[in-house]
Ligand binder design. Structure first.
Ligand code: FES
Length: 372
C-alpha cells in the first residue's frame, strides 16, 4: 500500500544523482522502519499513468523510539521517467507516494567480518548496511570494495569517508575507478572476475568472511560472484542485488517490461524457469492478497501479476522486470514458468516462491498467495 510522504530534503550527490529524504509521520513510523539494505517503491502518476520505481535506503537503520530516516539514493537513468523527475523537479515540500520498505538483501547487525563489492549506485543499500553494523556491533568489521567511473561520479563520497574516520580499525575501503587514475587505491580499470579473483585474497581473509554483499550492475555482480565461488566461498554467504539489467544480459527471455531503472533492487542472479511444462490453452488463477482471495481467467500471454492487477489494483509490484522482488508470491498449487528472475534467491524458489510479474501458468489451475 502506498502512503503519501513529504519531501524533507533533496541533496545533490553528483551531477547525476541525488539523495531524497522523506518525512515519516508518527502513524507510519513502524511501517517505515527498515532493515539495513532494504528498498522502497515510489510511485508517481503522470497523465493518468502510474510510474513505479524502487530505490534503496541509504540511511542507517534506527531503533525505537528514534524516528526512521527514509533517505534514498536516486541516480539519473537515460530516459528514466522517475529519476528525471527526481533530479529535475522534485523539491522540498512535495509529496511522494511510498510503499513500506521491503527486500531481502539485508544484514541484521551481528558480530563478524563482512565485505561488499559494489559498483556505481550499488553503494546505496550497502552504505546503510555498513553504517548500521559498525554503529551497533562494536566488534564487527566491514570491508567495502567500490567501483566507479570517476571520483566526480561517485555517490556518497562524504558518508563513506565519514565511516573511515569514525571506524579506522574496523572499516576498510578500497576504491577502483574505471576511467581515472588515483593517487592512492587501485590502478584504473574495471573490477571484473579476473581482477577480483586476484585482488580479494590479497585484501581479505576470504574464507573467514561471514557474509559478502554484491550490489550494482549485472556484469559486476556476476563477475564478483564467479570470483568468490572460484575462491571457494559458499553460495549461502553471498548476497546479491542487481540494479540494472539489460535485455541482452543473457538471463531469461526478457518478456517483462523494461528494467532500466536507477535503483531497482533485490536480486539474485539466479535465472530460469520454475517449470518447463507446455503452457495450457486456458488457465485460471486463484490468488490471495491481504487476506482476500479471487479467481480469474489468465489471458493469453499475460503474466500472473497482470491477471491479478486487472481486478486488484493493490497487487504489489514495482519494476515488472524480474529485478526488484516486490511481486514475490508463494505458489500454493499448480506450476508456473518464469521468464526471468534476478530477485529471488535459490532457497526462495526452492521453497516455492515465484515472481508474479514473470510467471505464466504451466498448468490449467494455479494458486498464488501474496501474503506468505
Ligand atoms: S515487480 Fe519487480 S520483480 Fe516483479
Amino acid at each position: 500500500m502506498f502512503h503519501p510522504l513529504r519531501v524533507r530534503e533533496v541533496e545533490r550527490l553528483t551531477d547525476d544523482s541525488v539523495a531524497v529524504t522523506l518525512t515519516v509521520p508518527p502513524e507510519f513510523r513502524e511501517a517505515f522502519r527498515h532493515t539495513p539494505g532494504q528498498h522502497i517503491a515510489l510511485r508517481r502518476i503522470v497523465a493518468g499513468e502510474e510510474i513505479r520505481r524502487t530505490y534503496s535506503i541509504c540511511a542507517p537503520a534506527t531503533e525505537e523510539p528514534a524516528e526512521p530516516v527514509l533517505r534514498v539514493g536516486i541516480r539519473l537513468v537515460d530516459g528514466g521517467e522517475f529519476s528525471t523527475y527526481a533530479l529535475k523537479e522534485l523539491s522540498v515540500g512535495d509529496t511522494v507516494e511510498a510503499m513500506a520498505p521491503t527486500g531481502r538483501f539485508v544484514l541484521e547487525p551481528r558480530a563478524g567480518h563482512f565485505a561488499a563489492v559494489v559498483g556505481g549506485s550499488g553503494i546505496t543499500p550497502v552504505l546503510s548496511i555498513a553504517a548500521t553494523l559498525l554503529a551497533r556491533q562494536p566488534s564487527a568489521r566491514f570491508c567495502l570494495i567500490r567501483s566507479d567511473r570517476t571520483a566526480a561520479s561517485t555517490m556518497f563520497l562524504e558518508e563513506v569517508a565519514d565511516l573511515k574516520d569514525r571506524y579506522p580499525d574496523r572499516f576498510q575501503l578500497v576504491t577502483a575507478l574505471s576511467r581515472e587514475e588515483q593517487q592512492a587505491g587501485l590502478p584504473s580499470g574495471r573490477l571484473d572476475e579476473e581482477r577480483l579473483a586476484g585482488l580479494l585474497p590479497a585484501l581479505l581473509p576470504v574464507a573467514d568472511i561471514d557474509g559478502w554483499f554484491l550490489c550494482g550492475p549485472f556484469g559486476l555482480v556476476q563477475g564478483a560472484e564467479r570470483a568468490l565461488r572460484g575462491l571457494g566461498v559458499a553460495r549461502t554467504r553471498i548476497h546479491e542485488e542487481i540494479f540494472h539489467v539489460d535485455d541482452d544480459d543473457g538471463a531469461g527471455t526478457g518478456t517483462g517490461t523494461g528494467t532500466g531503472t536507477a535503483s531497482v533492487t533485490g536480486a539474485s542472479a539466479a535465472t530460469g524457469s520454475m517449470h518447463t511444462a507446455a503452457p495450457p490453452t486456458a488457465a485460471t488463477l486463484t490468488a490471495t492478497l491481504d487476506g482476500r482471495s479471487g479467481n480469474w481467467p489468465v489471458r493469453d500471454g499475460e503474466s500472473l501479476l497482470e491477471t491479478v492487477l486487472r481486478s486488484r489494483a493493490d497487487a504489489p509490484y514495482a519494476c515488472k522486470g524480474g529485478v526488484c522482488g516486490t511481486c514475490r508470491a508463494f505458489l500454493v498449487s499448480g506450476e508456473v514458468r518464469m521468464d526471468r528472475n534476478y530477485a529471488l534467491e535459490l532457497e526462495e524458489t526452492e521453497a516455492g516462491y515465484v515472481l508474479a510479474c514473470q510467471s505464466h501458468p504451466a498448468t490449467a489451475e494455479v494458486e498464488l498467495d501474496f501474503d506468505r
